[in-house]
Design a protein. Sequence first.
Length: 233
Amino acid sequence: MYVVRYTKVHKITQTYNKMTRINKYHQLLIRILNQGRHQQNKKGGITYLINEQLSLTPGDLLEIFETHGIARKKLKAELSLYMAGECDIERYRAAGIDWWDYCGQTLINSYPTYMAKLPVLIDRINREQRNSKNYVLFLGATEAPTNQAPCLSLIQYQIEDGELVISAYQRSSDASLGLPSDLYHLYLMSRQIELPLRSITLNLGNVHIYDTNIEATRRMLDGEEGVKYTLNV
């Protein structure tokens, strides 16, 4: 099984190496498929890497957003609801967002609980714009009851030479489905800060592709458009 998988991805890698520039996100997907270890958990099997990093300039982000299907309108609405502290699932459904349906009626100690602090933090950054200040948003709490703990754990905003540098830590990342969306949320946050964006660096504790999305990920890397992924919850 794994020999066959490696052979297929090796061919993809050879094809991509002929290009003058490789999308950094696609490079990560290829590394997972080529070098990842396999693990079985309660959500299903995954192929994973630990302690990976994506450091992206605005140009890198544009490449990802243009080449990967991202529900931009829904993600923008989702972030707005997070920042308003909205926990009612029905409000998300009204915005066309149905990927939280499995959580029940209310998001408990999830993204809205912590993202509600973000508007005040952004306002503070815009007022102060201090080079010496590390502005930090923590997401999640140890031992807190939750039906969906935030995968993002920390977001740090720093200013250097008049430019914004965002660093984030993500404990767990679904590379095929969730990771591009998380990058888009971070980008939308940067647009609310009155400074030019230099980079977004995402440190990934565990980044993985579910077994149910392996073939779809290969097809996407092979150039197929409109590939659909399975939501594993």
